[in-house]
Design a protein around this ligand. Structure first.
Ligand code: SF4
Length: 608
């Protein structure tokens, strides 16, 4: 991986590693699905030695692609596994010591240095074994799993994740060990993107260019997990960062490969590599999250990016599917909790009544708009500049990179009723839309901007993945104030709208439902996590704005569930521990009743 190689796709087995037959069988399924690497957890010495049998068995069956040992907490296991596998992953947060215990909050410079010397000596031993056996190393840092040493100086921040990784990379570089890959995962896509960008910057400053493994941890299951992964990974691939990826999903590891490959292929494809005609200097800081400042029209809520949807028809069925009610007696259209914020009617040929509205706005093309109606007008930029009539409240203006001249920006800037719609006809539309934001920031145009992305994608999975990979970055970078997805292949409007909301939630820009953070599980999982996740979702789906983590094990689960409000964590065969934040509230609950116990705990807690 790395260099000019394609982005490699990988997954991780969730069988108990000591079960050679099951592990080999699952690795074959993952390789047959198209993976280039398969990782196995190594919990103890038995696992570490079993990896030799797994490797031999796979090679005997003709599967010669690399396998990786995933080691936490025990440096010795890495020494053993490195003799048999192709790559060993260690976690800087717990390679030398357990992750932060918060018992040592202050380190003097001498104490800090002494720890680094200890790290140097311990890691050198592993590097020598790796050199002898031609084994690669992955320095795999996780948000929420940093050492006391790092926490004492940097806290649980992207900068802390980067320094934790750099300490290890400096040792590799000192001993001329180049066979290294790096990851900095988080379930928080904003933290993840910042951490990887900072790492690349720091590596460049220290003359390192190790390949990068991208992933969003605990992304969840199914479509939600795929969209969240595509938002995080897609943002970085769009930056040109990433040599190997994993789309972590709770469920079968082989099912991770198709979306991961789709993502890799999308960014390797011709459209994403079309260069746009733009060379203005960067006008914002990509290394920290600062929301683009906007002077807002009072009717616009800056803290809640809005969703616009194309309305294909006015049938009750369509409106109901979008959580919208239509009262025929009063001709009132009312938005619900899950409905889009704005309905776009286009330029209907028949006259429409002047509907009344509640919790929803109606958008119509300027050429059929009637002044003082409840509809709001949508203009092309040139039409807006020469328009005879304008709304006193809100005017929506479509702009592209080519039309955003200094003269046009000066006029737009002077009109606080304007909301811009960032459009692009370029096949690499996201790149051109990024340039639009850069130009607006550079010229001090502080109007709200909605990103409009148009697809002709008949395949739902492809549409969701492309839309997430293209548009998440505008919210991760705090640029956009809304999202308007269109699909001319006529994918159901409800699916399109749900995709928009899922992208906003994945980018942590707007929460419309409970977020489930769940690990993909591995050999450490001793209960049925897939069933557990489904039941937890069923029990808590009516709650909104919460983050609930469903994790496989108590070894890494509590650390890696990061900023979840509640945790449901495997504690042993058929047993689950329940957490409020990082505090253990109920221990060893039977998995048959645990989802209901969790709900009870949340309800009690919310009452107080
Ligand atoms: S939280 Fe535990 S079970 Fe889940 S992937 Fe991490 S180590 Fe495996």
């Amino acid at each position: 991986m790395g260099g000019t190689n394609p982005v490699r796709v990988q997954s991780m087995a969730n069988t108990p590693t000591h079960d050679v037959e099951a592990s080999v069988q699952q690795a074959i399924e993952i390789f047959d699905a198209g993976a280039e690497l398969v990782r196995f957890t190594a919990i103890d010495e038995k696992d570490a030695y079993t990896l030799r049998d797994i490797k031999n068995e796979l090679v005997a069956k003709g599967y010669t692609k690399p396998i990786v040992a995933d080691v936490h907490f025990n440096a010795q296991l890495a020494d053993i596994a490195a003799q048999f596998v192709d790559k060993v992953r260690i976690n800087p947060g717990n390679y030398l010591e357990k992750r932060a215990t918060f018992t040592t909050l202050e380190f003097t410079d001498e104490e800090y240095q002494a720890e680094l010397e200890k790290l140097d000596a311990r890691l050198l031993k592993l590097l020598n074994i790796c050199k002898e056996h031609g084994t690669a190393l992955r320095i795999g840092t996780n948000h929420g799993s940093l050492s006391d040493r790092i926490m004492s100086r940097y806290g649980d921040t992207p900068a802390g994740m980067v320094e934790a990784t750099m300490e290890f990379l400096r040792v590799c570089q000192k001993y001329d060990f180049q066979n290294v890959a790096v990851s900095l995962k988080s379930s928080n896509t904003v933290v993840m993107v910042q951490a990887y960008r900072l790492l690349v910057k720091q590596m460049a400053a220290e003359k390192m260019d190790f390949p990068i493994h991208l992933g969003v941890t605990e992304a969840g299951a199914g479509t939600d997990g795929i969209i969240k992964s595509a938002v995080g990974i897609g943002t970085l691939l769009a930056d040109g960062i990433g040599d190997t990826i994993r789309v972590s999903l709770t469920g079968s590891p082989a099912s991770e490969i198709a979306p991961a490959q789709m993502l890799a292929d999308y960014f390797a494809g011709p459209n994403k590599n079309v260069k746009i005609n733009y060379d203005e200097p960067l006008a914002f800081d990509p290394f920290s999250f600062i929301r683009r400042s906007t002077e807002l029209n009072p009717s616009f809520d800056n803290t809640k990016p809005l969703v616009i949807c194309d309305l294909p028809d006015l049938s009750m069925e369509t409106l109901k599917s979008l959580d919208i009610t239509f009262d025929l007696n009063t001709m009132t259209i009312t938005g619900g909790k899950q409905s889009p914020d704005v309905l776009y009617f286009g330029a209907p040929e028949m006259d429409l009544p002047d509907f009344k509205t509640k919790n929803i706005s109606l958008l119509i093309d300027y050429k059929v708009w009637i002044k003082d109606s409840n509809f709001e007008p949508l203009y092309g930029l040139n039409t807006y500049l020469s328009a005879k009539y304008k709304s006193d409240k809100r005017n929506w203006v479509m702009v592209s990179l080519g039309t955003l001249t200094p003269e046009a920006m000066a006029v737009l800037k002077a009109d606080p009723t304007v909301v811009l719609i960032a459009c692009s006809m370029c096949v690499n539309q996201a790149a051109e839309q990024r340039a639009i934001f850069n130009r607006l920031i550079a010229n001090g145009v502080n109007l709200p901007v909605v990103v409009s992305s148009i697809y002709k994608e008949p395949d739902v999975a492809q549409f969701q993945l492309k839309a997430a990979a293209d548009n998440g970055l505008f919210f991760i970078d705090g640029m956009a104030n809304g999202l308007w997805l269109s699909n001319f292949a006529r994918i159901n409007v409800k699916t399109v709208t749900d995709t928009a909301f899922a992208i906003l939630q994945s980018a942590r820009a707007r929460y419309t439902r409970t977020e489930y953070i769940s690990c993909p599980s591995c050999g450490r999982t001793l209960y049925n996590i897939e069933k557990g996740l489904a039941e937890v979702k069923k029990a808590t789906a009516h709650l909104t704005g919460l983050k609930i983590a469903v994790m496989g094990c108590i070894v890494n689960g509590p650390g890696e569930m990061a900023d979840a409000d509640y945790g449901y964590v495997g504690a042993g065969p058929g047993k689950v521990n329940l957490y409020k934040g990082k505090t253990l509230v109920k221990r060893g609950v039977d998995e048959a009743v645990a989802p209901q116990e969790l709900l009870k705990m949340i309800e009690e807690d919310q009452k107080n």
